[in-house]
Design a protein around this ligand. Structure first.
Ligand code: FAD
Length: 473
């Protein structure tokens, strides 16, 4: 490939912080807020003009309810719980979410943008929006800061510790930390339709409840869907339900195919019949998760083509819904997601790799920094600190569940787990800055005690005793 040599230049250093967080998705917000609440000076850098990442820019406005485990015990608390409660207080979702019988928590993405900004603001986090993290400043085997590009030019920010919450492990990759990346991944461009008569759609599904798709995704039965619609105003259609033979929407897809009104793929888009839906009764809107492309998401040329194809596909799908699905007759697209929703790209090679087997058998780790849940509700499992520490790289932690060291990749990519990791990464880097240690060398008991004070759940009393976090009886 032809190359040029860029001239050497002097780049101004514009900040010298305790902690810098790259990426303002839910992981990055949790990291920045946790670090600032732990007393650190924090800078949060985000390429969009608002916060939330996939949850807002990707319009994936529905949190998988992995708050509960063991038949109803609330195991995910801390900033994750606070975030959903703030959504409730602002009218962004229903208070009825507080139940293990709720599979997903749909929310209003505009309210979500607002509460994330409020949290960051209240914690006194310095915020750079519209700013790309272009490179890492590395010296002596550690990350010392970031090189930023924005309308203000190319600038350097220095930090005692850096959190990579870009979701693509951009900082880790630029810094030279080990990672793996196995394209193609998958992405979807979500869109939101307004003026949907969701009650009518519910009544249509009720005519043949056995046709409501089960066991493809949450919710897993018509009864689960109906209860949530009637009690909480949450509307769901399981992702992939539109291609389950004999399901309510699959039948309509077949009819449209016969008439030449629908196709199952469009150019590089596949899975037009996926039809994941998350809606809210009180504003008659529904978010549609219904197109996939499988590309190298880190190749800007492929990603650009996918974006064009997906934007066209949204209108194509909306036309089908208007014409065929009862309740959608007068619906219209009120918003397409600003960004393609990318599921997973790079994951770091961490000091430890958490496996699915360990998750499923609730393996125990002395360096536990959070407890997740496998489902709705599921089994609790511990997340070790070492899976967010890049192997052999100092000064850096990753906060996104998309890029943590797990097998398979993306094991922790659900939103609750991303927030958990963010809170732990932020608290750890603040502690490292305060005690002038490297993040990998922070006193793990001190980190765990600080997380407990922040209402993070690390286990029941017996487990806390075992970990030495409660006195023996
Ligand atoms: C289509 C789809 C459907 C999903 N469905 C669900 C679901 O139903 N329930 C659920 O719980 N989870 C779901 N997920 C997973 C979940 O939404 C995401 O994994 C999670 O929101 C990721 O949050 P994050 O903050 O770690 O990363 P991201 O949301 O990717 O945030 C990264 C942030 O960093 C910014 N950024 C990236 N690179 C740079 C850079 N170089 N410089 C500056 N800023 C940068 C981005 O703009 C973004 O704001 C879904 C994901 C997708 C894509």
């Amino acid at each position: 490939m032809k190359t040029i040599t860029e001239p050497e230049r002097k780049t101004p250093v514009v900040e010298d912080m305790d902690v810098i967080v790259a990426g303002g998705g839910i992981s990055g917000v949790a990291a920045a807020v946790a670090a600032a609440r732990s007393g650190a000076d924090v800078l949060l850098v985000e390429r969009n003009g608002f916060l939330g990442g996939v949850a807002t820019a990707g319009l994936m406005a529905s949190i998988g309810n992995r708050f509960f485990a063991d038949g109803g015990r609330l195991v995910v608390r801390g900033i994750a719980l606070e975030t959903v409660e703030r959504l409730v207080d602002r009218g962004g979702t229903s208070a009825g979410w507080r139940s293990p019988l709720v599979p997903k928590i749909p929310f209003d993405p505009e309210v979500f943008k607002l509460i994330l900004l409020e949290m960051v603001d209240e914690a006194d986090v310095r915020l750079y929006l519209h700013t790309i993290v272009a490179d890492a400043v590395v010296s002596g085997g550690g990350v010392k800061g970031l090189i930023l590009e924005s309308k203000s030019g190319r600038e350097v920010v220095l930090g005692k510790a850096v959190v990579d919450a870009t979701g693509d492990a951009d900082v880790a990759a630029r810094a030279g930390a080990p990672f793996s990346y196995e394209p193609p991944g998958s992405n979807s461009l979500e869109f939101r339709m307004a003026n949907v008569d969701l009650q009518k759609t519910y009544e249509y599904f009720k005519e043949e409840p056995e046709r409501y798709p089960s066991d493809v995704d949450a919710p897993r039965s018509f009864e689960e869907f109906e209860r949530n619609w009637l009690e909480n105003g949450f509307f769901y259609y399981p992702h992939g339900g539109g291609r389950k033979p004999g399901s309510n929407i699959a039948i309509l897809v077949e009819r449209a195919l016969e008439r030449g009104d629908f196709s199952k793929d469009m150019g590089i888009i596949t899975g037009l019949d996926a039809f994941g839906m998350d809606g809210l009764a009180w504003n008659n809107t529904v978010i549609i998760n219904s197109n996939f492309s499988r590309i190298d998401d880190l190749d800007v040329r492929e990603a650009s083509k996918a974006e064009v194809a997906a934007r066209k596909a949204c209108f194509y799908i909306a036309e089908f819904l208007r014409k065929y699905v009862p309740g959608f007759e007068r619906a219209f697209i009120v918003e397409t997601a600003p960004n393609l929703g990318v599921r997973v790209t790079r994951r770091i090679k961490g000091e430890y790799t958490l496996t699915k087997e360990e998750r499923d058998k609730s393996a125990k780790f002395d360096d536990v920094i959070g407890v997740g849940s496998t489902g709705f509700p599921g089994t609790p499992f511990e997340i070790p600190y070492r899976c967010i520490i890049p192997k052999g790289m100092e000064g850096l932690l990753v906060a996104s569940g998309k890029s943590a060291s797990t097998e398979p990749r993306g094991l922790l990519r659900g939103m609750t787990h991303c927030i958990l990791l963010g809170q732990a990464a932020g608290t750890a880097t603040a502690l490292a800055a305060k005690t002038a240690t490297l993040p990998r060398e922070v006193n793990i008991k001190e980190l765990q005690r600080t997380l407990l004070k922040q209402d993070v759940y690390l286990g029941d009393e017996d487990r806390l005793r075992e970990l030495g976090l409660l006195p023996q009886v």
